[in-house]
Write a protein that binds this ligand. Structure first.
Ligand code: GSH
Length: 221
């Protein structure tokens, strides 16, 4: 055993990507084991490795953790990316839950059938532009700090940057009306561990290519 966390998922973003981001931001090296086909998932299930028969699963500190949020909570707590007290943590939880709601829409898009994409795209862009990004712009404006919560980097900053970059892949000028989010993006992208993760060749995953979608869907059907 190398002692590094081991991530079990398919070779794509999905629900594992925020976990990759958070580990990278914490400066933690990790290994990955990719599910290539349904049999790989069946094997993990038969091993008893998946409490609810689902991935993401992360082997970390002698545990086989499932449930994305539980995994992220553990990593954030362990590496001090979860605020300095209960109230900061409450704010981080609130912000991050909003990010999960938007993330779900962004994440689903590439896996939808063609006839559902247009409506979904309009809805997710509307939510990003009129609900979530204005909220985070306001948070930054109200307290005038560099980070979303308190005076140090937290998981909320890491996840917001991830979502901003994802949303820009769909609409490059999506931050046009959000000057504080633009400077936030530049600032957080420059945190050394994050900067490294943003370089080509890191374990960060690209958006799903259309030709891979059937293969990924077949793992879980
Ligand atoms: N609440 C779970 C949901 C996990 C989930 O739906 N995973 C999908 C892959 S992204 C899966 O394993 N699907 C197969 C199944 O639910 O049987 C989490 O956040 O980890």
């Amino acid at each position: 055993m190398s002692g590094k966390p081991k991530l079990h998922y398919f070779n794509g973003r999905g629900r594992m990507e925020p976990i990759r981001w958070l580990l990278a931001a914490a400066g933690v090296e990790f290994e990955e084991s990719y599910l290539e086909k349904k049999d790989d998932l069946t094997k993990l299930r038969k091993d008893g490795s998946l409490l609810f028969q689902q991935v993401p699963m992360v082997e970390i500190d002698g545990m086989k953790m499932v449930q994305t949020r539980a995994i992220l909570n553990y990593i954030a707590t362990k590496y001090n990316l979860y605020g300095k007290d209960l109230k900061e943590r409450a704010l981080i939880d609130m912000y991050v839950e909003g990010m999960f709601d938007l993330n779900e829409q962004l994440m689903d898009y590439d896996y939808l059938p063609a006839d559902k994409k247009e409506q979904h795209f309009a809805n997710m862009m509307d939510k990003a532009t009129n609900r979530y990004f204005p909220a985070f712009e306001k948070v930054l404006k109200d307290h005038g700090q560099d980070f979303l919560v308190g005076n140090q980097l937290s998981r909320a900053d890491v996840q917001l940057l991830e979502i901003i970059l994802m949303a820009e892949e769909f609409k490059p000028d999506i931050l046009a009306k959000f000057p504080l989010l633009q400077s936030f993006k530049a600032r957080i992208s420059n945190v050394p561990a994050i900067k490294k993760f943003l370089q080509p060749g890191s374990q960060r995953k690209a958006r799903e290519r259309p030709e891979n979608v059937p293969k990924v869907l077949a793992i879980f059907e």
